[in-house]
Design a protein around this ligand. Structure first.
Ligand code: ZN
Ligand code: ZN
Length: 362
């Protein structure tokens, strides 16, 4: 895919550009940018006021005064094209990594991973979810699909007809090679609402849309460069029709989510149950905002809750559904969420935490 060569030289095509210049150049093209920490590629931390404000801490940014004030609090929600804000942010953290908010920029990012994870246990169901697949349809067999790039080629073969990747600038995404050998394909977003869909289009294929984000084309992290090898941020192409259809199928408007299961039952010790519930709710909000590290974050949350159960007079059954729901809401599969929650709860339960000193600061 994306075989044509860049026709213009842009900051994003070079790897020697300063982060602030890359951010400013992308912003001038309408790409909404915000800073990530150079050490962990997560959004820079909220200010102390937000940290201490229970609404902000729970992930509710709507009443936050920092955003209208031009602070970088609340990660992707702060993304902007305002050159003064960008200049101020990068003056404070010059080596911050620019990230791009997909939806506000009118973009959708197709993120093809090359995680060295185990191949799916049930390839027929997991390689291309929602598409009935048989091994005869996969040249070279299931084992030949080793990463998201392979899964994308398989999808193109099954859905794209004889010429799945139309040539010409109209359909040329900004195609980026990631440090781990994956691909980022930035396309112009279609009309209508899209949301983030993780592994729904295919195994190791994530769709970042709406309020999700990706590292800016041309950015350099400690792991390496996000080098543009085709297309230009001046004019990202449109998805071919078959791909647009598939993306809408999995990332289009979704039905109302099922109501969250009731939080821990009111037996146990009153205040302690309330504390556990607060830890759970805050953890679920943080989880929902993550794009990376969701499995680890869910495991850490379940482990912490498990450590509090004995103190709170609760059992794993009181919290398990709620934790699994938090994992599902963050985009994990049911199987992953259940496996992580059950294992981490058990581990946490085996290592009880001391009673929290301040039951109100969860
Ligand atoms: Zn703040
Ligand atoms: Zn805030």
């Amino acid at each position: 895919m994306s075989v044509s060569t860049p026709t213009t030289t842009h900051a994003a095509d070079r790897t020697d550009i300063r982060p602030v210049q890359l951010a400013l150049d992308l912003a001038a093209l309408g790409w909404h940018v915000f800073p990530l920490s150079p050490s962990n590629k997560r959004p820079l931390a909220n200010c102390l006021d937000c940290h201490n404000n229970p609404h902000c801490a729970a992930g509710d940014y709507r009443g936050c005064v920092c955003l209208p004030d031009g602070q970088w609090c609340h990660g992707v929600r702060a993304a902007t094209t305002n050159p003064d804000r960008i200049t101020t942010w990068w003056r404070r953290v010059p080596d911050a990594v620019p990230a791009v908010a997909a939806g506000p920029s009118g973009l959708v990012l197709i993120d093809l991973d090359t995680h060295t994870s185990q191949p799916p246990r049930d390839p027929a169901a997991e390689l291309l979810p929602g598409i009935s697949l048989t091994e005869e349809q996969v040249p070279g067999g299931y084992g030949s699909v080793r990463n998201g790039i392979d899964a994308m080629h398989l999808l193109a073969r099954l859905r794209g007809g004889p010429h799945p990747w139309p040539a010409g600038p109209d359909h040329q995404p900004v195609s980026v090679r990631t440090p781990s050998g994956g691909r980022h394909l930035w396309y112009r977003a279609p009309d209508g609402h899209l949301h983030q869909a993780l592994s729904a289009l295919g195994w190791q294929i994530d769709i970042k849309a709406g309020w999700s984000y990706g590292i800016a084309p041309g950015a350099v992290t400690r792991a390496g460069a996000y080098a543009v090898h085709a297309g230009t941020p001046r004019d990202p192409g449109r998805m071919p029709d078959w791909l647009l259809h598939e993306v809408r199928r999995v990332a289009g408007p979704k039905p109302e989510p099922p109501p969250a299961p009731a939080a821990p039952a009111p037996q146990g010790r009153g205040n302690a149950v309330g504390y556990v519930r607060t830890v759970l709710d805050n953890g679920a909000s943080e989880l929902a905002a993550l794009t990376d590290g969701r499995k680890a974050a869910l495991g850490a949350l379940a482990y912490k809750i498990g450590g509090l159960l004995t103190w709170a007079g609760l059992t794993t059954a009181d919290v398990e559904d709620h934790l699994i729901h938090a994992g599902l809401a963050s985009g994990l599969t049911h199987r992953d969420a259940r496996r992580i929650v059950q294992r981490s709860l058990t581990n946490g339960l085996a290592r009880p935490l001391p009673a929290p000193r301040d039951g109100h600061s969860a």
